[in-house]
Design a protein around this ligand. Sequence first.
Ligand code: SF4
Length: 622
Amino acid sequence: MESIFVSIASYRDNELDRTITDCLAKAAHPGRLVFGINWQHDNHDFFEQLYDRQCKVIDTDYRKSRGACWARHEAQKLYAGEDYVLQIDSHMRFVHGWDLICIDGITHLQQRANRKVIISNLMPSYDPEDDQNLPQRYLTYKLGPFNEAGSIQLKASILSHPPRERFSPGYSISAAFLFSIGDLYRDVLIDPDLYFEGEEISYAVRAYTHGYDIYHCHYPIVYHYYLRKPDRKHWDDHGDWGNRSITAKNRMRSLLMGSGEAPDLGPYGLGTLRSLKEYELAASVDFKNRTVRDADAPPLLSGREGIRSKLSSGKIGTAQIDPFSYCNVKCWYCPVRYDPQPVDARRHMPIGLFEKIIADLCRERDGGGLVAPGFDFIYTAHYNEILLYRHLAQMLEVLRRYGLRSMILTNGIALVRKKVDLVAEYDDVIGGQVCINISAFERDRWIENTVGENGAKTASKNARFHRTMDNIEYAVKKLGGVSIHLNEPDPEEAEKQAGIARRMFPSVDVRMIHNLSDRAGMLHDRGVLSNQDEIERKCSGKARIVGCANTFTGIDGRHFGWLHVNALGKAILCCNDYYFDYAFGDLESNSLREVWLSEGHVDAIEKSFLEICRKCSMAVWE
Ligand code: SF4
């Protein structure tokens, strides 16, 4: 049977004996418990070592005690590889079966993708004179605010009804009730030089950076005797407590704010699996500026739980399915010119797979599921030339069958008569929406901007330009609603090129696009163009990313409102995911629902908030 190490730091506390008695009596399997107790006492204190088989005791004269954190640190040393650890105060009561509740809770929470889980929270109080009537209280918790010393603590409030979820994610602990896997006591040693201030937030942040997720339980597992008015505390007996407290606050500030006088915390520093910044982002805390977001404020997307709930409660408004992600030219404003496309971009998605994805989307829409009721449009444009897709005709046929619409985004080179005629046959699908992405109408400028570096002879490049213009001319005549997107950031140059385009194709709608995307920093890094100023403006004074403003549908951004799929049927993050680094699921072998609600999707979004979106001007910061 799995064992539990119960760590107790007890200071001149006559409740210790009754706490152990209750802990054993209420456990479903008392035989699994091993107590490690730092018993700080004087001669008059009462503690019968009735449980000597199950108790390891550090017998400490209270005059030699160095405070609560030191006492917990010493008790921690008694841990001997038990499966779980329970850290409590010495004045507690328990609900029946608390050991099963804690282990089941850990097992359940581990299924959310992390083995390293802590359950810790404040708890309802009990009265030692009346401990047979433990109140059924449901608590909720929030962090903060910062006190003068620069510390924050959990605050609890009582809920009128039992909440639907037993556990919710949190970002601090209560040192008086903490349950976790045994590894916690190996990974995160309690700092003996902390005193009182900052003990809990320091341990929480250290545990988080060691990879632990903290959860609070809203239902009572243990009860705590808070008042303890007649009992002497460590600071009542130790005149030097003020010095200890100053040392402790310095250590806390060094850990959390980098501003204390203890630069080297040795084994009591941060972990290496996550950063302090990640903690701050997840918890909405800024230690240096001493701000913490009020948990009563309207809900923000917070951590994995927030991402999960937004994925399941929101709707997909639009899909970008890119059945062929390869491009035949190298426009100057596109990463294709500077970085080879990934091999997988050159695949042609089998039409059966394309139809399967479309069917999944429509099924979810029609069944009131993950897809918004108004969904009727897909994009097909991931750094590609969709007119080169081997199954273009079948693709249009599938869209027609499902009553969906799309558009053709093209550089114009492959917009040959045959393709124009095909598109014309599918007017119900394309509806004249052929958009030509181009950056110049002067021949030499077009060549330089588009195909200048492809090694072909000048005559061949010239011919290509003229063929492209012929293509546009035929498309304009045959299709009607053709538009030109003139991608040129310099307004003067854009006007010039637009003027030429309007003269060449008087009936065409020519739109000048000045704000070009640097593709999440790819083009900035290569000195091509930059969105850096805009990013800095948007993130100034903000702590974290909570979403994406890149949408045309009004339904959320790319993370939550769009489905993006590459030619292999892999769901990817967004159109800036050039290398498919944020692929999170396979729509060939799994349903849309399985992929969309998967932990892999949560991982990809969480990762994107810390990586790619930080380099993108479309990110939404809070
Ligand atoms: S990189 Fe992030 S913020 Fe930018 S478009 Fe993609 S999902 Fe949106």
